[in-house]
Design a protein. Structure first.
Lengths: 150, 189, 145
């Protein structure tokens, strides 16, 4: 593929493309519902999670289920880069990346499935630094507590 | 142009007094509701006696059972002052007198309002379609106009979490996205 | 007020060797036209093209049903060999106006498209990238002229 023309230095919040962190996605469908263009397609199925204790086997407690993502596609020919999906995701599975979606010869090349959406993750910039004087992020406090405990 | 200036409120009250209208203030705008029979008189008075010589915009709002509100934005560029003059026409056979005799520039606004809402402007020199392609059927900006593309395309957000295409139990009613009528009522057969 | 860094001029040339001379016809229909102008303005006079003339139509903006006839007629009047670049979400697929009562859902409903440039609007550099990809495709002879 031809080399992209040089871009000026872009701020980290630049909207180039949207990357998907598959491990965080629970197929809650919120991004697909809120997308104004209807360009996000999600297929998933439920799987039972074996709890692995004898207690549940004998009591017949209801099997825990979880959603498994089969297909996650963003149609970049329709996408208007509004970012509503990134904002609404409750599990922070979608991220903005300054990396642009390349042009394609076939419109179906612009329909990114989850493999290509995941491949955009390395381009996602780190989150901006917290303001000085702001409260410490909860993950840091939780990690420190875990270290102290064990 | 700010409508919150005291000048706009005073102008609104004067206009309402002239044509038996009512004044309303909301979100910084001054609205004067006038009877439909005195529409041209109100716009003429606003231009000649109140100094609102700049015609900005004319359009309509579909009030469903209440008919259509026809709104006209008038402004005094020097003042500055701004008024929203509004009237109500019935839903069945909506018609209103034209203001092209007062402001020539209202001609295209009334053409657009006619083709989008179906409001007849009596006395308009040439009430032809302005924006829609030839052969277009229907009045698109009415609230009961269904957007066919949304009804025809399967809403990706209609699936439940944990559901894949073609999996849904046929008896289960799918949620419809906003603006799409129930498939039993309207849609592809 | 803080000083602003002006954008670095980027190369606006599309090198197609000496075999073809691309003449780019810009059809700016809506907001994407602004990015089209940004991509081409200030680039200076292009050198006189040597080689076989090739027409490239760049459709930038929403194709309304009222404009559809004009777009089709414009394409029909272009001399062959001719190629089409769809610039922006609206001309790719209808974009944010896909559900409108008066929008053609993609210019490929009217004319054959060779390159689709995604974006809303795409950066001017993305147009140059799209044209370069098209030039490479022409050179490779993978397109029916």
């Amino acid at each position: 593929m031809t080399e992209f023309p040089p871009l000026p230095p872009l701020p980290p919040r630049s909207r180039g493309s949207i990357a998907l962190l598959e491990e965080s996605c629970t197929s809650c469908m919120l991004c697909a519902r809120e997308c104004p263009d209807w360009c996000i397609t999600i297929d998933s199925h439920t799987e039972g999670v074996p709890t692995g204790t004898a207690a549940t086997a004998t009591t017949g407690a209801r099997l825990r289920t979880r959603n498994v993502l089969d297909r996650f596609a963003i149609d970049y020919s329709l996408c208007m880069y509004c970012g509503i999906c990134v904002d609404v995701c409750p599990f922070d599975a979608l991220f903005w990346s300054p990396e642009l979606v390349r042009a394609g010869f076939d419109i179906r090349d612009l329909d990114y499935q989850r493999d290509r959406l995941g491949a955009l993750l390395p381009g996602v910039p780190p989150p901006p630094a917290v303001d000085p004087g702001a409260e410490e992020p909860k993950e840091l406090a939780a990690a420190r507590r875990r270290l102290q405990e064990g | 142009m700010s409508g919150t200036s005291a000048g706009s409120v005073e102008l609104g009250e004067r206009l309402a007094g002239l044509v038996e209208g009512t004044v309303k203030r909301s979100y910084g705008d001054v609205t004067v509701d006038v009877p439909a029979a005195r529409w041209v008189e109100a716009v003429t008075a606003a231009r000649d006696e109140l100094g609102l010589t700049f015609f900005d915009w004319l359009s309509a709002v579909d009030e469903l059972a209440g008919g259509f509100s026809v709104v006209c934005h008038l402004a005094d560029p020097v003042g500055p002052a701004h008024l929203l003059v509004r009237t109500r026409v019935p839903a069945a056979e909506p018609a209103l007198a034209t203001v092209t005799g007062v402001f020539r520039g209202a001609s295209w606004h009334e053409r657009e309002t006619f083709e989008m809402f179906g409001i007849d402007f009596v006395g308009h020199p040439a009430l032809l379609p302005l924006l829609l392609p030839a052969g277009f059927e229907g009045r698109p900006l009415r609230k009961d106009f269904v957007l066919a593309a949304r009804a025809a395309k399967a809403w990706p957000g209609g699936k439940e979490p944990g559901e894949a295409d073609g999996d849904a139990a046929p008896s289960r009613r799918r949620t419809q996205p906003p603006g799409v009528p129930d498939p039993a009522v309207w849609g592809p057969r | 007020m803080a000083s602003v860094d002006l954008p670095v001029p980027f190369p606006r040339t599309v090198d197609v060797g000496t075999r073809y001379a691309l003449s780019v016809h810009s059809l700016g229909l809506a907001c994407c036209a602004v990015e089209l102008v940004a991509a081409t303005l200030g680039g200076g006079e292009p050198p006189p093209g040597a080689g076989d003339p090739v027409a490239v139509l760049v459709v930038a903006g929403t194709v309304t049903d009222a404009m559809a006839g004009a777009v089709r007629r414009l394409y029909d009047q272009l001399p062959e060999p001719r190629y089409v670049v769809s610039f922006g979400a609206c001309s790719n697929s209808g974009g944010p106006y896909w559900d409108s009562y008066c929008v053609t859902k993609g210019v490929d409903q009217l004319i054959p498209v060779d390159v689709y440039v995604p974006g809303c609007p795409p950066r001017p550099e993305a147009l140059i990238d799209g044209l370069r990809q098209l030039a490479a495709k022409i050179e490779a002879g993978r397109v029916d002229a």
